[in-house]
Design a protein around this ligand. Structure first.
Ligand code: SAM
Length: 233
């Protein structure tokens, strides 16, 4: 009875075509909703074990902590999405000198494929970094075009570190869902802009709900700007 009433109300509201007047509310209401979710996520994921590691000042301090406690020079498959000039991939290359490690950096190298906040489509265009280390390769193009072919040829059981620094909701969600069949327990995902509620955080939240992902928060930089998580299933 009540559900019939709800359906009638919904039908009535849809017939009114409310979007013609109220569409401007979509983004702010999404932002409010995702900010509330992020706030709850922060409180749900703070534990006795990680509370000392949630306030690193610089991202390199977070990387160092993750590396020392979860990797310590074992062979890695390091996948970075959003390379730009290569600062973060260079850091990981210099801290892991295992000759069996493989590092891949994915980027259009023509900048963002969509505008993002104050950044315009095409911002962050850069030339492919020239790094004298045979363990690193760069894959140029949209993730949506390059990742399926790359994964089709992948044959690796190394520990995977996924570093997501692509800023956009669409890019983050695409990468996470496409990588899902290749990810395993104890693999690590690092987000570079986690605290943006409608983008990396929202994509991660939808990914976890859709694939029943279980994970542990390892650490974060100040105010959850960047976070590192470890998969537990
Ligand atoms: C903030 S920059 C990366 C910065 C870099 N990790 C560093 O620490 O110096 C974001 C990058 O993501 C790339 N990007 C975002 N979405 C993409 C997509 N769908 N395909 C390929 N590249 C993408 C952009 O080209 C841009 O270079």
């Amino acid at each position: 009875m009540f559900s019939n009433f709800k359906t009638s109300c919904k039908n009535f509201l849809l017939k009114l075509q409310l979007h013609r007047i109220f569409y401007f509310l979509v983004r702010p209401s999404l932002l409010l909703s995702n900010t509330l979710k992020l706030s709850k996520w922060i409180s749900d994921n703070k534990t006795e074990k990680n509370k000392k590691y949630l306030n690193f000042l610089y991202r390199e301090d977070l990387y160092q902590f993750v590396n020392e406690n979860n990797i310590s020079n074992q062979p890695l498959l390091y996948l970075e999405f959003g390379v730009f000039k290569g600062d973060s991939i260079k850091w990981w290359l210099s801290c892991n000198n295992n000759i069996e490690s493989a590092f891949y950096g994915f980027d259009t190298f023509e900048g963002l494929p969509e505008s993002w906040g104050d950044y315009k489509k095409g911002d962050f265009d850069a030339t492919i970094p020239n790094i004298p280390d045979t363990r690193v390769q760069f894959v140029k193009g949209l993730f949506q075009d390059t990742l399926p072919g790359f994964l089709g040829q992948l044959n690796s059981n190394k520990k995977i570190i996924v570093h997501i620094d692509a800023d956009l909701f669409s890019s983050t969600l695409y990468v996470l869902t496409t990588l899902r069949p290749f990810l395993k327990k104890d693999d690590i995902i690092i987000f570079d802009e986690f605290f943006v509620p409608n983008d990396e955080f929202s994509a991660f939240e939808i990914f976890c709900r859709s694939f029943y992902i279980k994970y542990e928060l390892l650490g974060a930089t100040n105010n959850y700007f960047r976070v590192a998580i470890k998969l537990t299933n």
